[in-house]
Design a protein around this ligand. Structure first.
Ligand code: ZN
Length: 142
């Protein structure tokens, strides 16, 4: 299934200190009626919870990261889940030695977050439950 889309609006915004990052992006998307898009974020997080998807258990193992980390790179997308915007974001964090770790961003308490959202408009991109994950339709190449 190919979902046809084209580029819509572009937003460059900063999340307020102490906001919760994936939730802030989802709330902003809902307010601006962004149903699909591409997300790109850099900044600094105070506390972070990363996820590693354990496919055997069918759930995320949680990795708690306490204290300030550079949010070196977070990328993701927006789609609809249960008819509201859902942000799927992966993050790479850096510590004071330049060491990195990363994963699926489950939670992030913002110190600074500079967020770029590029809206995609077109057919609805909806996540549906498939096994233990919420996925949008796959695209077979014939
Ligand atoms: Zn993920």
């Amino acid at each position: 299934m190919v979902i046809k889309m084209e580029i819509g609006r572009a937003f460059l915004i900063r999340a307020p200190e102490d906001s919760e990052l994936p939730k802030f992006v989802e709330d902003f998307a809902q307010k601006k009626r962004i149903e699909a898009g591409i997300i790109n974020i850099i900044g600094t997080l105070k506390d972070t919870k990363l996820g590693y998807f354990n496919s055997e258990k069918g759930k995320y193992e949680e990795i708690e990261v306490h204290g300030m980390r550079e949010l070196l790179s977070a990328m993701g997308n927006l789609s609809l889940k249960d008819n509201v915007p859902f942000a799927h974001i992966h993050a790479v964090l850096g510590d004071d030695r330049g060491n990195t770790m990363g994963g699926h961003l489950l939670y992030g308490k913002v110190f600074v977050a500079e967020i770029f959202i590029l809206e995609l408009k077109g057919e609805k991109l909806e996540r549906r439950k498939e096994g233990s994950l919420y996925l949008w339709p796959s695209t077979p190449i014939h």
